[in-house]
Design a protein around this ligand. Structure first.
Ligand SMILES: O=c1ccn([C@H]2C[C@H](O)[C@@H](COP(=O)(O)OP(=O)(O)OP(=O)(O)O)O2)c(=O)[nH]1
Ligand SMILES: [Mg+2]
Length: 172
């Protein structure tokens, strides 16, 4: 089991040698922040594939997942189109981040070196699929997509309503 005390060793190559390698900001963090090597301007609804300047060689049995940063999501509406992005153990190319600006009104400006996403490395299982005519029964069976109900209780803020728990753009 990996931890802060017993991390998994991962080889990393800097394609852009002037930017720091991804790092965990705090002990106990699951994600190491990825930086964009380029400036980018995203108009509302626009997406971009941003290079991070790093390539890695994960050990067999691991994958890395590119996740959004909650601050950028809450303040600016930045999401990942393919959230989370999957980096395969055999991938040796540059890690890229597919960002989209979901804010309906404001453009988002990224500068080279900005931390735009985070990389979470995890063990992954490889399975062998066995085809059968009938699957074994279960309590859930084919129920899904809201089969347990309860959605009427979800409150959706009205458009333009300000959430005081989210800092303003000025507070970035
Ligand atoms: O957010 C991402 C997602 C993927 N990748 C890289 C690593 C991954 O190993 C490779 C392929 O990703 P994926 O399998 O998701 O894409 P695909 O469209 O299926 O491409 P391929 O046919 O090359 O597998 O692209 C990234 O750098 N960032
Ligand atoms: Mg693929």
């Amino acid at each position: 089991m990996s931890s802060d005390l017993h991390p998994v060793d991962v080889l990393i190559r800097r394609i852009d040698e002037d930017l720091p390698v991804p790092a965990y900001e705090h002990p106990g963090d699951a994600g190491a922040d990825l930086r964009t090597t380029v400036d980018a301007v995203l108009e509302p609804g626009e997406r971009a594939v941003l290079p991070t300047g790093v390539a890695i060689a994960l050990p067999d049995g691991y994958a890395a997942f590119v996740h959004a940063r909650s601050g950028l999501a809450a303040r600016c509406g930045i999401a990942l189109v393919n959230a989370p992005g999957t980096v395969d153990a055999g991938y040796r190319g540059e890690i890229k981040v597919i960002v989209v600006n979901l804010d309906p009104r404001e453009r988002v400006v990224f500068h080279r070196g900005d931390r735009i996403a985070q990389l979470v490395v995890q063990r992954v299982e490889k399975v062998r699929f066995h085809e059968v005519a009938e699957l074994p029964g279960s309590a859930r069976a084919a129920g899904g997509f809201g089969s347990t109900g309860g959605h009427a209780a979800v409150s959706i803020p009205a458009a333009g309503q300000k959430d005081s728990s989210v800092p303003d753009r000025e507070g970035q």
